[in-house]
Write a protein that binds this ligand. Structure first.
Ligand code: UD1
Length: 427
């Protein structure tokens, strides 16, 4: 796995004017693998995860687990985690602040060890990301939680099953509640649970480990507590966001891309939108082919929890709107700061404005190349796609963000015929 931490001073130079074409496999999902690694804390012995992506967040999560006392090996696409009988309960502040997903150790630690101390996590700058619903879930199960010098402290004498109705189907709060409840005494029910494929993947792993969970992938998850979990092997679900990135790139560059390693149902709504803008979409069991001839048609898109259009693809939706024929309105319902991306598109000559949750974008046939900044993983990928539709060379700065979520981004873009290089701008 080649996922060395990359410098903040690296940029991508993207030459516009090529169409993306060819076949590309996607690896396991970032938003699943990091949670699965945390779930390994819940069983003594060796948990093995395959199909892991070569992204920099994986070694960062490995460091979080090592700090707690686990032995973690990363070999190719396999991550093995050896969990001792007892692990620490205080997460390393620096490692945890490097990645948002460090919050996913909260449920497993409280569930198995009845205590956890985590720094308020870092990650993408896409808006305020409170943990109040995580705390409520743990409190209902019998824990106490408090903030102490910038850290969240959770403790319990014992955990007992509880019923919790989420105000909003939060992915993270669903994971915290489910992971804490699997080792609680008695039955727990989570209503208005998140239904993302990554939640299903986590529940599948937990069930293999001996947990009793039903309803994963629906709005009501029921958990009957068990005494202990055993370590197992598991293949990480394919990354639907990466898959859809390449599919949307095919439409923007009027290309022809086949993505493999993904259940097309996991990006069903995205594919419906691509059909509506004029793309020809064919799906197979684990693959999808997307072809576009001519200019895409403008279309309004709004982000919603799964099965709706994912917020993680909102920058790509804006990039697509920027080259589409007509006016598109993109509505962001999850993370308020994601519209920073629009400012970067304006640098590229796009006529766009934002108003609260809405961005209005009038597309152009071809974008102006410019120097632009990746503010988070997905914004970075969206800017590269936009750069491919620009007249000359676009510099996308701070691409360490992209490396957190996309394996071998440059190699993959090149394999599809895109012209891109990584440069160190500090020299
Ligand atoms: C996860 C994903 C992220 C994705 C998001 C929504 C990971 C590592 N990250 O983030 O890529 O964009 O799901 O699909 O898996 N909220 C609260 N209080 C809480 C928890 C959440 O107000 O206690 C709010 C958030 O501010 C946000 C909304 O709920 O507005 C959705 O957040 P959530 O689904 O929890 O996202 P994450 O799990 O943080």
């Amino acid at each position: 796995m080649s996922a060395n931490p990359t410098s903040r001073e690296e940029s991508f130079l993207v030459t516009g004017g090529t169409r993306l074409a060819g076949e590309i496999p996607v690896a396991g999902a970032k938003n699943s693998v990091l949670k699965l690694m945390a779930v390994a804390l819940m069983a003594r012995g060796r948990t093995t995860l395959t199909n892991c992506p070569a992204i920099s967040d994986v070694p960062a999560m490995a460091d979080v687990l090592r700090h707690l006392g686990c032995t973690v090996e990363i070999t190719g696409d396999t991550v093995s985690i050896d969990t001792p009988a007892e692990v620490g309960h205080v997460a390393d502040d620096k490692a945890a602040q490097r990645l948002r997903a460090s919050v996913c150790i909260l449920g497993p630690l409280v569930g198995r060890y009845h205590r956890a101390v985590i720094a308020m996590p870092g990650g993408d700058a896409i808006g305020s990301r409170p943990l109040n619903w995580h705390q409520t879930g743990l409190t209902l199960l019998g824990a106490t939680t408090r903030m102490d010098h910038g850290r969240l402290v959770a403790e319990a004498d014992r955990l007992t099953g509880a019923r919790y109705g989420l105000k909003f189907p939060s992915v993270g709060a669903t994971e915290t509640f489910v992971t804490a409840a699997v080792l609680a005494e008695g039955t727990s029910v989570l209503e208005n649970a998140a239904r993302e494929p990554e939640i299903v993947d986590i529940c599948t792993l937990l069930a293999k480990m001996g947990a009793k969970i039903s309803g994963a992938g629906t709005s009501t998850i029921t958990i009957e507590g068990v005494d202990e979990l055993r370590p197992v092997s598991h293949r990480v679900v394919g990354d639907r966001i990466v898959a859809a990135t390449w599919a949307m790139g095919a439409v923007m560059t009027r290309g022809d891309v086949t993505v493999t390693g993904i259940d097309p149902m996991n990006i069903h709504v995205v594919l419906e939108n691509l059909r509506a803008v004029g793309a020809d979409v064919e799906t197979g069991e684990d693959r999808v082919r997307v072809r576009q001839e001519g200019r895409p048609i403008a279309r309004n898109i709004r982000t919603l929890p799964f099965p709706g259009f994912p917020t993680d693809l909102q920058p790509m939706a804006i990039a697509l709107a920027s080259v589409s024929d007509g006016l598109s309105v993109v509505t962001e319902n999850l993370f308020e700061a994601r519209f920073r991306f629009v400012e970067e598109m304006i640098r590229m000559g796009v006529d766009a404005e934002t108003d609260g949750h809405h961005a209005k974008i009038r597309g152009r046939e071809r974008l102006d190349s410019a120097t632009v900044w990746a503010s988070d993983i997905r914004a970075g990928a969206g800017l590269v796609l936009a750069g491919m539709c620009a007249d000359e060379v676009t510099e996308v700065c701070e691409v360490f963000h992209i490396d957190r979520g996309y394996s071998d981004f440059v190699g993959n873009v090149r394999s599809l015929g895109g012209v891109i290089e990584r440069v160190d701008t500090s020299r």
